[in-house]
Design a protein around this ligand. Structure first.
Ligand code: ZN
Length: 243
């Protein structure tokens, strides 16, 4: 069964596709990974075309080419009130996701940080204490960008970035990762509104913004519980970003 490999292949292609479509900044690491993942299939196709006598018993299109994937992301945690509930929902739905943690929250709740990793999810950094990085001194900006949890992915708080912020993220060995679907869960618009926000804008390769800390996230939890089975019924799987 090659579903594991297939998932990796689709994931990398989809992320690059999103980068092109919505301008998300994807670093060189993903590009390299996507090339590496894509190469075997390109070779296989090329080999097939050079052997016209091979019986056409295998489908020309790899099943993975039609798979659909969504990357859920949860910001500002880990938080003892909400992160365990979200981990539970993800596990019950066979879903992996990415948690963009704050350094100060991970320091406070190291057992939750470890639980996220142990469950097979990815960790991204969202700085140490969530300042708007475009509005603080260079010294503080440097401390905030380098003071988050260890990761290859960095999400600037509020999505606020400029050339300096981007350069410093890169210098710290990370790539900036934003999102293309804002669930608006942080505005607490109601469970159904959060679900609708996701369903009306999601497509394969989407990076969905949600929060597992920073306020009362009961609506986020309930919306996640609702939306995952709906998306699964539409053929989506849920993967972690390469962080
Ligand atoms: Zn945030």
């Amino acid at each position: 069964m090659s579903s594991k490999y297939a998932g990796v292949f689709v994931r990398t292609v989809a992320v690059v596709g999103v980068a092109a479509a919505v301008g998300i900044t994807i670093g060189a690491a993903n590009m390299i990974e996507s090339e590496a993942a894509a190469r075997p299939q390109v070779k296989a196709v090329a080999a097939a075309s050079q052997q016209p006598t091979t019986p056409p018993s295998t489908p020309a299109t790899h099943p993975a080419a039609t798979a659909k994937v969504v990357y859920f992301t949860f910001d500002d945690g880990p938080d003892p009130a909400w992160t365990p509930q979200i981990l539970d929902i993800l596990a019950r739905n066979d879903a992996k996701a990415t948690f963009f943690e704050l350094g100060q929250m991970a320091d406070r709740h190291p057992e939750l940080h470890d639980a996220v990793l142990a469950a097979g999810h990815a960790i991204g950094s969202q700085s140490y204490s969530h300042p708007q990085l475009t509005k603080i001194s260079a010294a503080k900006r440097h401390r905030e960008i380098t003071g988050g949890p260890a990761s290859k992915c960095f999400r600037p708080p509020y999505g606020a970035e400029n050339a300096q912020v981007k350069a410093e993220i890169k210098a710290a060995g990370m790539k900036p990762v934003l999102w293309d679907v804002d669930s608006l869960d942080w505005t607490m618009p109601g469970v159904d509104a959060i679900v609708t926000n996701i369903l009306t804008t999601v497509h394969s390769g989407s990076v969905v913004l949600m929060h597992d800390a920073g306020g009362n996230r009961s609506q986020t939890v309930a919306a996640l519980e609702k939306v995952l089975p709906i998306l699964a019924a539409k053929g989506y799987t849920f993967a972690a970003l390469d962080c």
